[in-house]
Write a protein that binds this ligand. Structure first.
Ligand code: SAH
Length: 500
């Protein structure tokens, strides 16, 4: 039991260390931030509490003090806590700061170093940070000062060292960085490059010189996260490039899924250089505080209302985990909405007292308002951020209730709006169903999909999708077929260009 500071590497799943992987697999709690790749997040154990402390999807980042407190709190509970950080936890990662409070409270900790983007990013762009003919040292520099203050980079010392310079957090200051280098006497023709989203299928690089790089990067709209590399080694980037030469680099394939978690097919396609868009059902995590509150007050309720099968399963699984006997619910009447929810309740040996015939929160609210007698309190055991219809209607009818979030969306395996794709790939007919019903903005009639077997293909055709069977009914077979189609398509495009 300890708090483990784990470096997740720069993005490519394969660059997480074995030790980091072990720590993540055994975690009870994971605190992660941005720059931790989606593939790595998909490795989290199902039951783990996932806390996003980064600035994802427009949310504000959790302040550093709060992160430190969360680590301490979970650490003191004796849980296996993983603090997952992009790259290496100590390379501009505030790893040290996060240990201070733990040390003060004698909470044991370990550190698993990660592969830093400062080395891996250049390598994936074909740039070795040192090379006997060009550079005998390399210097990793931040382009961004503490509390957003400008950095006081000693450019003349860097110029004197003659090594390769790698700037992190520097895209916003690219012009001033190049300017600083030039003013310190570096050659305006010195090779330099920028690598954006390094080690991921979205990797882009721009090559130039100290004098041309700022305008080149601006014209390609290079944005964070990106690395700036200054030095002769940058000139090797074409010669040593391997990443963008892989057969499916630049292609986008939507991989249909029936369950959350890591997908073998997606991993294989990524190895071939492909960007995969994985549409998977969302993953949900129990909310321990909400569950504790609900169970502690259980005798004050006359009704419990469920609005999803996930809510039902979370409620009863958590009850058992806490070794609370199911007979403590004997006084409760059960209301639920939707046939799946009702089925889930029945699975636990209970038969709902009330289910509206219309499957929505408003109908449940209206029905319950008529059924709950004065003085009877209702427990709404629902998801965090669930709709406001049900509580609104209960409140309007003067029904007493507690709306307790007992679970929340922890990780969604994909973005519903997937944008332009080259192909879709399906390895089961339930994945086809889920995709066809959830992929926004995809015209199924013009979609080409590689399918693993005849029944998957038949299901795809039933939605109007153009199904292409893989030669072999294996993951490798599907990947091979996509490769074959992409190579053929590139050939056709090349032919069209050559003849136009
Ligand atoms: N601890 C991290 C760095 C954190 S600072 C590490 O060792 O890699 C964040 C900066 O790292 C970003 O602004 C960017 O400059 C760089 N960075 C991280 N991941 C990157 C990636 N995949 N591609 C390019 N730059 C990356």
């Amino acid at each position: 039991m300890a708090v483990v500071l784990v470096g997740a590497g720069p993005g490519d799943l394969g660059l997480l260390t074995l030790k980091g992987y072990e720590a993540v697999k055994n975690a009870d709690v994971v605190l992660y931030d941005r720059f931790v790749g989606e593939d790595i997040l998909a490795l989290m154990p199902r039951e783990a509490e996932l806390i996003n402390v980064g600035k994802n999807a427009g949310n504000h980042p959790v302040p550093q003090d709060e992160i430190n407190r969360l680590l301490l709190d979970r650490g003191l509970q004796g849980l296996n806590v993983v603090r997952l950080k992009g790259g290496d936890p100590y390379v501009f990662g505030r790893g040290g700061e996060e240990l201070e409070l733990l040390i003060e409270h004698n909470v044991p900790f370990e550190v698993v170093p990660g592969i830093t983007s400062a080395i891996a990013g250049p390598a994936y762009a074909g740039i070795p940070v040192t090379h006997r003919n060009y550079a005998s040292s390399f210097h990793v520099v931040t382009g961004h000062g503490k509390n957003n203050e400008p950095t006081n980079i000693d450019y003349s010392a860097l110029a004197g060292a003659k090594g390769t310079l790698v700037f992190l957090m520097g895209v916003g200051a690219l012009a001033s960085i190049c300017d600083g280098c030039l003013k310190a006497g570096m050659d305006p023709g010195r090779p330099a490059a920028v690598v954006e989203n390094a080690t991921t299928p979205k990797q882009r690089k721009v090559e130039g010189t100290l004098s041309t790089l700022p305008s080149l990067a601006a014209s390609h709209n290079i944005a964070s996260p990106a690395l700036i590399i200054v030095g002769e080694v940058s000139s090797l980037s074409g010669r040593y490039d391997w990443f963008s030469k892989r057969p499916l680099f630049g292609k986008r394939v939507a991989v249909g899924r029936a369950t959350p978690g890591a997908s073998k097919l997606a991993l294989r396609l990524k190895e071939l250089g492909c960007e995969t868009i994985e549409l998977a059902p969302a993953r949900f995590a129990p909310n321990p505080n909400g569950l504790d509150r609900a169970f502690a007050g259980i005798n004050s309720y006359s009704w419990v209302a469920f609005t999803s099968a996930t809510g039902v399963d979370t409620f009863f699984e958590s009850l058992a985990q806490r070794r609370i006997d199911i007979r403590t619910l004997a006084h409760l009447k059960v209301a639920c909405v939707g046939s799946q929810t009702e089925k889930a309740v029945e699975k636990w040996g209970l038969f709902a007292d009330y289910c509206p015939s219309v499957f929505n929160g408003a109908a449940l609210g209206k029905g319950l308002s008529g059924l709950a007698k004065p003085g009877e309190k209702v427990l709404l055991a629902r998801a965090k951020d669930a709709g406001s219809d049900l509580p609104g209607i209960l409140a309007a009818h003067g029904v007493e209730f507690d709306d307790i979030p007992i679970y929340e969306k922890a990780y969604s395996g994909g973005d519903a709006d997937i944008g332009a794709i080259d192909y879709a790939a399906f390895t089961s007919s339930s994945a086809v169903d889920w995709f066809a019903q959830n992929a926004a903005g995809v015209d199924l009639a013009s979609l080409d999909a590689v399918c693993i077997g005849e029944s998957t293909a038949a299901k795809a055709r039933s939605y109007g999708i153009n199904a292409i069977l893989s030669d072999e009914a294996t993951i490798e077979g599907v990947a091979e077929k996509i490769k074959e189609l992409c190579v053929w398509k590139s050939g056709q495009e090349g032919f069209a260009q050559a003849t136009s």
